[in-house]
Every structure is written in C-alpha cells, then in structure tokens.
Write a protein that binds this ligand. Sequence first.
Ligand code: WT7
Length: 667
Amino acid sequence: MTGRPAPPATAVAVDTLFEVDQLLEPPRAFREQAKISDDSVYDEAERDFRGWWARQAEKLLDWVEPWHTVLDDTDAPFYRWFVGGKLNACYNCVDRHVAAGRGERVAFHWRGEKETREVTYADLYRDTQRLANVLKARGIGKGDVVAIHLPLVPEAAVAMLACARIGAPHNVVFAGFSPHALREQLVFSEARAVITADGVWRDGRAVPLKARINEHIADLDGLRTVVVLRHTGTPAEMCEGRDIWWDEAFATAPPDCPCEPLDAEHPLFTLYTSGSTAKPKVVVHSTGGYLTGVGWTTQNVFDLRPDRDVFWCTADVGWVTGHSYVIYGPLLSGATSVMFEGSPDHPHRGVWWETVERYRVTILYTAPTAINAFLGWGEEHPSRHDLSSLRLLGSVGEPLTPKAWGWYHTVIGGSRCPIVDTWWQTETGCIMITTLPGVMASKPGSAGRPLPGIHVDVVDEEGDPVRGEYGYLVIKRPWPAMLRNLHKQGDRYRQTYFGRFEEQTYLGRFEERTYYVGDSALVDEDGYFWIGGRVDDVINVGGRRFAASQVESAIASHPGVAECAAIGQRHETTGHAICGFVVLRQSLAGGPELERQLGDRVAERLGETARPARIVWTASLPKTRSGKIMRRLLRDIAEGRDLGDVSALRDPDVIDELEQAFSEQPA
Ligand code: WT7
C-alpha cells in the first residue's frame, strides 16, 4: 500500500463512529472458525468451578505428579490450588514442544532496535539449560530469588525460563526503573543474583545499564552473582568474582540441565506493583495455578492457533502483561510471537504497522495509551501498511474509550477483527473480564463479562450487589492464577485485598473471602462490566458520583480529542469541580469554542452537573512507565499541592508543562 494521508472529513467520520451504545456481534467469519463459539462453557464452569478448573489444568499442562486437592481453602485467604501436584514451568513452555518435534518452530520473531533475530523453541531449550547451569554453578537453586533487569530481548525470556527450570523465583525489575528502585527491590527480595545487560537502546542511543547500577549494588552482601549480557557494547566495570559476562559463562557451561519438578504452589515469580497507593507491593505468584489461568486465557480469549497465528503482545517483560502474555501464555501454548524492543515512534511512527506487515501478525494485544497515541498521530501511518493479516485485537491497562475502540476497530482492524478489552491486574495473574471473541458481542467502552470460572461482582459499601450504577468491583471466589501473598507481608495481603468485606464473610453472606479490587465498575442490564477506574479517582459533584472513565469517554467522543484525563478538583460548595486535561489530535489548537463543545458533550451524556468547570489543553498527560495516567498528580497540580513522589513518572518533564498550562490558562 502506498501512503495516502486521510482527508479531514474521513478522520471525523472515523472518530464519531461507535459512539452510541451499540452491541457489535462477532463477525460471522470469525465466529465460524472460533475455538469457542457457543456460551455453554460459562454454565459448565458455573456448575462446578473447582472441577472445571481442574479439567483445564489437566488439559493445558504436563504434570510430573497429579494433585490430590484442587483447592485448599482451609487457611483462606491464603488459598492453595492443585495441592500435591508437581510440574515445571520451563518444561511446559519449552521442553515438551521440542520433545514433540516442534523445536524448529519460531518462538519469537524479535525486532530489536538494531537487529532482528528468529528464536526457535530449540534455541530456548539449549539456552535455558546453559543459563540454568551457570546459575547452579554459582550455588543458586530452588527458592533463591534471582532479579532480572533486562530490556525486551530474547535473553529476558531465557533468563525467566532458566530460573523456572531450577525453581529459583524470578523478580523482574523493569529496565527503565532507576538504579535506586532496583536496589530497593534487591534488598527487599534478598536476591542472590541479578541478570542484566551492559546497556539498553533508547531511540537509537545506547544508555548504560550495568555501569549505572554498579555503585548501588556494591554493598549488597547477599548478592553473589551478576550475569551481564552484551547488548549495546557499552563499557561496564565488572566486579571480580561476582560479575560474569553472559557469553563467557555460556562458553563453558555444561549443556544439559534437567527441569526440577516443583510443587504447584512453588513461587514462580514475584513482581512489584504500585497499585494506587504510594507504597509498592511485591506480589507472589504460584506455578500450577498461574500457568493454568494464563494458559486458558491465552488460548481462548485470543482464540490462539499455535500452528498458524502470529501473536504480538506489545508489553515489556517488566510488567505482568509481559510475564503472562509475552512469555508464559504463548510459550506454554507453543505459539509464535513477536517481541519488539523500543518505542512505537522510533525510528518512525509507522514502525508497529511495518512490524505487523513484516511478520504477518494475526493477533495484536496492546494498551489504550498506545492506541490513543496512534489516534492522535493520524491515520496516515497505519494506512501505509498492509494490516490484512490481523484477525483479532486486544487491549489492557486502562479503560478503552468508545472512540478509541472505534478507531482501533476501523483503522487497525479494518472493521473485520473483534476487539477483546481485557480487564485484570498484576494481582489476578491473568485476564478476568472480557468478551470471548467467538461468542459474545462487544460493547465499545465495556470490558465484557467475567470469564468462565471467575466470579466477579459490583457491590456497595455494605457488600450488597449494585446494578446500573457504579460501585466497588470485587472477586467473590478464589481463582487459580490469583496472587498467593505479598512477599514478606502476609498481614498486608489479608488487609489490602480481603479486609474490606471481611465482616460480610463472617456473617456468612459471602461464600468465600471476597477480594477487594480497588476499581469502580458498573454492571449493565446485559451483565456487561464498565470499568470506571481506580476508586480513588471517583469524582463527586454535589453528591453525584462519576467515574473518571465516564467523563473521559464523553470528552474523547469529540473528533478533535486524542486523549484526556478527568479529575475532581476540591470545591468549597460542590465537593468537586470537574477538570479535564485534554490532548488534541495533531495540529489542532484549543480555545473557548472547543471548550464549550467538549462541555456540551459531557453535559449531554451525564447531565449539567458533570460539565467540566475547566478544560486545560496540554501536549501530554502524566503517565507511569507502564502507560497509566496518574490522576493523583493532576489533582495535586489543580489543588496547588506539593507533588510528592514523582519517581513513577515516565517523563518528569510533563509536570512543568502541566503546571504552566494550568496557571496560564485561566479557568
Ligand atoms: C489496573 C491493574 C493487568 C495488566 C496491566 C495492568 C486497570 C487494567 C483494564 C481494562 C479498565 C483496566 C485497572 C486495574 N485496568 N485493565 N481493560 N479496563 N481498566 O496491571 O498495573 O496491575 O493495573 O489497571 O484499574 O485495577 P496493573
């Protein structure tokens, strides 16, 4: 396809599509070939969720020993799944595919910033054994925590799998985090080893990694091994006896390392999550339950055919999405994935679409932050590429506004691909709410319904179910992929997730301990869930409560808007006054007329009460490194408070810009 810049009229038409509350049935062609094409699976799971999950665990995974108890809830909320069962995650992700003669299948088409590589299952089989032996030679074994601090390179997969092979829980620390944050995590997890690289590529430039962390790890006595991958060629001082180069260690490592059979409950990994609170939590995930949840969702939510599909989840391995849908889910399914290092606008804004075309990607799974950025940049970038291989699109991380949904569907999906908007959390391990694409219609803006075997509800303060209004999202029964604990903070685990509705459990109103999500949500008349955002971000104007996502969807419905965030700014008489921070599509400028139009859209949908008292035009929004809007910071700016800890920000420069925009643009 050649470049054809979309005329403005088309852009407007595309933007206003799907704005009404309409159901979109799965396209016939998709439904006819879908792995799951009728909804009996929901009833089946409902009849006996333990038995249903047990059958999935048996089908999805190879077990060394069978379990004797599917779910042990005697020490709830410290649940245990598939108790007595033994398995190995690396065996399930690598060895069994090689043993079945599929070693030559590509596991990853890796597109690095400077080079590309095809990594087969046989390559993973060879390299995970070698790296496992390198670790073992350093005395690392079952139960020892290994930190992984790598960019998105195939070696990150090798490192995670090598740890899984020997039962050393990995703790991936996103390579974009500061050395200070890395150190904190190393101390907290008592890591015995770090696997890192000399440097990372950032938009074509080599940025040192190893050299930068050296002084921060020098005094950690328990840290006896640092394996360093040569990636950018950046010089790094090595600490004799502790540090080894990946390639040199590989040259002498023995080639064979058997997989350690591990208890289903053995911790596969720990992972930091910030959640909405300031204090970070370190979530512990299991082996058997986690892989069951991740395997089922990878294969059924994405309708994955490992022999035909090319799956691309754009997340970094530093996040749970990378763990579940770049590494464990696709690999245990024997799938072929794309792994992409770098940013979506480097070397140009069409690089993702070029990548889809090059590898004939069939399933694309990304986040609203990326979709909104592309929407803002315009249709000319995707339109230059052949995206006809795509057959399914996915989204995760934040609410996808109906407008963004329509854009993704039309411009990227050619109006032929179902979209799965998947709701879940680091804590849940796998997707929990979405639409099974061959079964259920989509409603743009809604994530869909709880998956089979998952029991989610929306309740009020007292724990009573709420319908047609926003309330607290809760999970009413345990599920296999759930977190098992917070590392070294069992009390905090119990308090944070199970404390909120404890009384209801004791009163016998809930069957099991109820998990408090921390998100607001609404269930509509069709049982579809609309995620409102974090509970802390709920806006209250004169006693009327609005979820941030409601106001944002209304503002974003305007054709000129690329992305926006709505917050409640404290107000003497009404409680909150709504303030909208708006990023316009390329080359548009804000002004009073546009402000009135945006206000009208909000008022039309949500009533005059919700009309924003103020719209602030900005070039960007404050986001975490994983791409979530930090509404807390926007509230701090609006209320003139000290900004506190901004280390979670991807781009600290936006703060100055926002503060300036806020003070220069009068209310
Ligand atoms: C929070 C969890 C799960 C992987 C990535 C994020 C928000 C997530 C959606 C969605 C609306 C969503 C929620 C949730 N969220 N998916 N489809 N629609 N909101 O993991 O960093 O643990 O964040 O992300 O607020 O609680 P996480």
